[in-house]
Design a protein around this ligand. Structure first.
Ligand code: PHE
Length: 434
């Protein structure tokens, strides 16, 4: 079986794929809207603190566990101790639940690409968003189209496609984001957006915000769902994964900050509400495009590149259940892709309808979409990260010195993995869910 496992053609491909997994809708769509709902700058402070301190540990441990065990999630946990199989199983399960709402947003992007190419005035895109999410048929169709595209890439194997998307499209995306930032910063009242983003109001600190920041940090770095473990398990040569960890954290944070600096000045300049929820980016960005000469073209380019970023993340999300099915159930890759497609389609349809027909159907007081988003990022991903740290630290006995040359940092990593990060994760889960 080992011999038939896919593997990366080079270390660079692996790094690009891992960065491609991290940089996605989490940065451009989710980060500004969660930040807007959680008090702006003060959220950013907590988020950055978490990213720069504790997130390093589970991210690194996930990659290391994949690289050491060379197995998909269930097998990786099982190889440490057969009793841990259940913790492994939580990963593909989380992946399926994440995919079931992530791909809906992917569908909205496809719709916006078409919209940019039609004659509708860009000023009207904002109000169009409401029509879009409520039109169940087209929203479901676009969700399924997005899902299908990711499945097709996944079915063709892990290497093809991902390389192109990450080598060519991501740098282009950064360029277009920079252009939009310059534009946004020159809008009237732009400084208010910057104040909102960078001047913390510590009176807004609350327990729930900490969990939201943790959830966002894990989500955006693709931690706690087995995506990095699975990608790590495809690393063949004996190269360091330390550099990959830095690169993921650095590029992901850069894209999130760029998204924020593009969005918040525009929100304040156009008198929009930063806490308006999941539609924030889709309502705000068109207003920027409306002011730009050839806005339609810029808009199309922006959404195509955002689409590429979303696809490279989407592929990594579904790779987790696909790899588990291939290696555990001995399905062919094509059959596993078909099975994963069907399961995600089944769950994502009610989630898509939660903006229309199923608007009033609530699970624990949340719509299906919000329920999936919240339970995965604020409960399952932190829990998975916790189990991962404990099992990797105490049972697999991953040691910093095997990967990190600097003795002091290796020591810090060991302490973090076994004690500090698990304690912080438990504490944040406890206060956030209380
Ligand atoms: N990190 C991705 C993003 O920011 C989403 C993701 C979550 C991907 C979990 C893989 C695993 O869009």
């Amino acid at each position: 079986m080992e011999e038939n496992r896919p593997s990366w053609s080079s270390r660079l491909t692996f790094i690009l794929a891992a960065v491609g997994s991290a940089v996605g809708l989490g940065n451009i769509w989710r980060f500004p809207y969660i930040m807007g709902q959680n008090g702006g700058a003060v959220f950013l402070v907590v988020y950055l603190l978490l990213i720069l301190t504790i997130c390093f540990v589970p991210l690194f441990a996930e990659l290391a566990m994949g690289k050491i065990t060379k197995k998909e999630c269930i097998g990786a946990f099982e190889s440490v101790n057969p009793k841990f199989k259940i913790f492994g199983f939580l990963n593909p399960l989380t992946g399926i639940l994440v995919a079931s709402f992530y791909f809906i947003v992917g569908g909205w992007i496809i719709d916006y690409i078409f919209l940019s190419l039609t004659n509708i005035k860009i000023e009207d895109y904002g109000s169009y968003f409401v029509t879009l999410i409520q039109d169940s048929v087209s929203a479901c169709v676009f969700t399924l189209v997005f899902l299908l595209i990711c499945i097709i890439f996944a079915a063709r194997g892990i290497k093809k496609g991902i390389e192109f998307a990450n080598n060519v499209l991501m740098p282009l995306f950064a360029v277009i984001l920079l252009g939009l930032i310059v534009f946004s910063l020159n809008l009237p009242n732009a400084h208010e957006g910057l104040i909102y983003m960078f001047k913390p109001d510590f009176s807004k600190v609350n327990a729930h915000m900490f969990l939201a920041a943790l959830g966002q940090a894990l989500f955006t770095l693709s931690i706690g769902m087995g995506a990095l473990l699975t990608y790590g398990s495809y690393i063949r040569e004996d190269k360091s994964i330390l550099k990959s960890t830095y690169t993921i954290i650095f590029s992901d944070t850069l894209f999130a900050l760029m998204a924020g600096i593009m969005i918040f000045p525009a929100i304040f300049s156009f008198g929009l509400e930063p806490n308006s929820g999941a539609g924030l980016v889709f309502i705000t960005i068109p207003q920027i495009f409306a002011q730009i000469p050839y806005g339609n073209i810029v808009s199309a380019a922006f959404f195509v590149l955002l689409f590429a970023a979303a696809v490279t993340s989407g592929i990594s999300i579904i790779e987790v259940p696909i790899a588990s099915m291939v290696e555990r159930l001995k399905l062919t890759r094509t059959k596993a892709c078909a099975a994963v497609f069907s399961i995600i389609a089944l769950i994502s349809i009610p989630a898509t309808l939660s903006f229309g027909q199923l608007e009033n159907f609530k699970l624990c007081g949340k719509t299906v979409f919000d329920f999936l988003d919240f339970t995965t990022s604020s409960i399952l991903m932190p829990l998975n990260a916790l189990f991962l740290c404990l099992i990797a630290g105490w049972f697999l006995k991953i040691k910093g010195e095997h990967f990190i040359q600097n003795k002091f940092f290796a020591f810090l990593f060991d302490i973090g993995l076994k004690y500090v990060v698990p304690i912080i994760l438990v504490a944040l889960l406890y206060v956030g869910l209380k």
